[in-house]
Write a protein that binds this ligand. Structure first.
Ligand code: ADP
Ligand code: MG
Ligand code: MG
Length: 655
């Protein structure tokens, strides 16, 4: 409630809309103030940190049902007390998230340039889990689960919320996801309502269903509601509100660069890595109780906050709106940021020309100006009555308002005013893994990759339209093993500028050189390397590690992490998504009709919990040479209800 007092009342969409130009204009003033002060800031050291979102589960062993517990917000408030009293002593920091069953944890302080810090990530994640566990009741569990398989199914929350129709949920008007699951902090319901009102109707999410032998064909659900029937597509799983996307979890990473140019370089290079890491971290094969034909959450969140009007989506001629916009405000980035990348910026960028001109007039180069001017095509989605007129020299709320609701694959983060923080970039695509070990492996791998990119001055850029192609490819069922992704054949440079020299030559046509410069490669090739094709991220990282001092314990951990990433890429280990999919397909309650029942979900998430605790290992998911112990049965489980294959320390994945 503190926020209400500080910030005033949340404004309705009609009121917020009236201030949209005001927020945009002052947001740019605030950005220019930061830029002017800090554009030459140099010499910041590497700092980095992870963010993991967790869900709280309740297991009802009697009825073999697992639900999302709506206590995350309350537990978060308790966990934040320590930070309020003595922030410097905190090993972890906690933040509320979109849903009441969620909670976000980060390390208490960012990590730095020491190699030994790579050995702290997993331990810190384990500590975070423990801190939450201290607040859990019996049969409650914390899970780093990307998507709850039965999100939006009958009684998926605890306490349960009955939904009679859209009227039950005045904020989202969802038929499936109760407003009561949205965290009470006003920002979240305000975003939900305003996105829907701006769009002029509910958001519509349609995920291709995985068609099994007994799945109705065409698969078409009927709903007691005309809008839902019109919006749902045949052979798709239909979902209708923000909670289906923002109620999912992920793993994010932030890096501090030594200066703005290095931040821009990292932003660009890592943008090409996003689709690869999305496919490799895939953990979302089930939506609203159905097996999907995709493995990742990305497009689902994108659609869940798609506030574009019919005009903006190109369905009606432009009359009241400013632009036709290709993408939702949650999507992959549309342009690179470094100077000299313009030929690789081959997407038609929608920009606010007035904003672009203002930035250029202030001395900002075209590439950075168009990046900001592209973010500025959006309207602010939330506004509070006491936060309208701000001190632009010392505050950045209007800048942050638009910046933080452009949810893209990468984020370029300018320093906050009056802070010691430098220029940062955020890597936002990874799906959350079940265990601290796996999450740490992804974090360490990506941080090491940034060191390799900078140390060896590597160059991954390709036309950004190809990165978008890769993003869609990454969604496919089993993309990690089956898909091929565009990547650069030669990533070495002679300390070259941002794009390959040929690309600087305007007479050279991009499509002519495309085949020569880029090739479709498997993740195995890109990550592990293939002679005469590509050196491989892991061999490059190993070369780097051979040239730095690393203590033995840290080196052992890094070796285990790289081993996990390597084997996920080679297909020897399954992605979390494939592992979950196999679990469902081989479950004795599964009727080959794409339906993931309460019972299957209960067994699946119980097994996930055992894996997360290190009480059981599944050698198809990963193999970690520690904490070997046998699987314990969920208390009270009737033996005949548990498929035999789940009882032992073995795999349940044989399809
Ligand atoms: P977001 O805006 O994405 O929520 P957070 O403020 O939650 O970002 O921080 C994300 C991560 O950035 C955390 O892991 C945190 O430790 C880390 N971090 C904090 N300060 C810095 C810094 N100066 N440079 C890099 N990372 C930092
Ligand atoms: Mg955060
Ligand atoms: Mg973040």
């Amino acid at each position: 409630m503190g926020l209400l007092n500080f910030d005033g009342e949340p404004l309705s969409w009609e009121e917020t809309k009236k201030y949209a130009s005001h927020v945009r204009e002052h947001g740019i003033t605030q950005f220019l103030n930061i830029y002017e002060k800090l554009k030459n800031r140099h010499g910041d050291i590497l700092k980095w940190g992870d963010e993991v979102e967790y869900s709280l589960l309740h297991f009802d062993h009697e009825n073999r049902k697992v639900q999302l517990v709506l206590r995350g917000e309350k537990i978060c408030e308790k966990l934040m007390e320590k930070e309020e009293n003595d922030p410097d002593s905190c090993d972890s920091l906690w933040r509320k998230e979109y849903a009441r069953y969620m909670i976000e944890g980060t390390p208490g302080k960012p990590y730095g340039g020491l190699m030994a810090h790579f050995n702290m990530v997993e331990a810190n994640m384990a500590l975070r889990r423990k801190e939450v566990e201290e607040h859990l009741h019996e049969n409650e569990r914390i899970a780093s689960l990307t998507v709850f398989p039965r999100l939006g199914c009958d009684s998926f929350t605890l306490p349960e919320h009955k939904i009679e129709g859209p009227e039950s949920n005045p904020v989202s008007r969802s038929l499936f996801y109760p407003d009561g699951a949205i965290t009470s902090h006003p920002r979240f319901s305000l975003l939900t309502r305003n996105i829907r009102e701006r769009r002029g109707k509910k958001v519509a999410i349609n995920v291709p269903i995985f068609k099994d032998v007994n799945t109705p064909s065409p698969f078409q659900e009927t709903f007691p509601n005309p809008e839902a029937n019109a919006a749902s597509k045949p052979d798709h799983i239909y979902m209708d509100c923000m909670g289906f996307g923002m109620g999912n979890s992920c793993l994010q990473l932030t890096f501090q660069a030594c200066n703005i140019d290095e931040a821009r370089k990292l932003y660009d290079e890592l943008a090409t890595v996003c689709p690869l890491m999305l496919a490799l971290s895939a953990a979302s094969p089930i939506f609203r109780g159905y097996l999907a034909d995709i493995d990742v959450r990305w497009n689902v969140i994108s659609a869940s906050v798609d506030c574009r009007t019919d005009e903006e989506r190109g369905l009606k001629p432009l009359k009241n709106d400013r632009f036709v916009i290709r993408k939702s405000r949650y999507d992959s980035i549309d342009s690179y940021l470094s100077r000299g990348t313009n030929l690789c910026n081959d997407l038609n960028l929608e920009v606010d020309e007035g904003v672009k001109k203002r930035l250029e007039d202030a001395g900002i180069d075209e590439t950075l100006a168009q990046h900001i001017a592209h973010l500025w095509i959006r309207d602010p989605m939330t506004l509070f009555s006491k936060k309208i007129n701000l001190d632009d020299a010392n505050e950045s709320d209007h800048f942050e308002n638009l910046q933080s609701t452009n949810w893209q694959s990468m984020r370029f983060k300018p320093p906050p005013p009056k802070s010691s923080i430098g220029w940062r970039v955020e890597f936002r695509v990874c799906e959350a893994q079940l265990t601290d070990f796996e999450n740490a492996a992804f974090v360490v791998f990506i941080v090491l990759l940034t060191r390799v990119i900078l140390t060896y001055k590597l160059e991954f850029l390709m036309p950004i339209s190809m990165v978008d192609e890769n993003m869609q490819e990454a969604h496919k069922n089993d993309a990690a093993r089956k898909s091929e992704f565009w990547f650069r054949r030669n990533v070495q440079t002679n300390d070259s500028p941002q794009c390959c020299s040929c690309l600087f030559n305007n007479s050279c046509n991009l499509s002519d050189i495309k085949d020569e410069m880029y090739q479709k490669m498997s993740l195995d090739t890109i990550v592990n390397g293939k002679p005469d094709v590509f050196p491989g991220f892991i061999p490059l990282i190993k070369t780097y590690l051979n040239n730095v001092e690393v203590d033995i314990a840290t080196r052992c951990s890094i070796t285990e992490y790289l081993n996990l990433i390597s084997k996920r890429a080679s297909g020897e280990y399954l992605t979390t998504a494939q592992w979950m999919r196999d679990f469902v397909l081989s479950h004795n309650e599964y009727k080959k009709d794409s339906v993931v029942t309460d019972g299957i979900t209960y067994d699946l998430l119980w097994k996930c919990d055992q894996i997360a605790k290190g009480e059981v290992e599944d050698t198809k998911l990963f193999c970690k040479p520690k904490n070997k112990s046998s699987y314990s049965m969920p208390p009270g489980t009737r033996r005949h209800n548990t498929p035999k294959s789940h009882m032992v320390n073995g795999n349940s994945n044989g399809v």
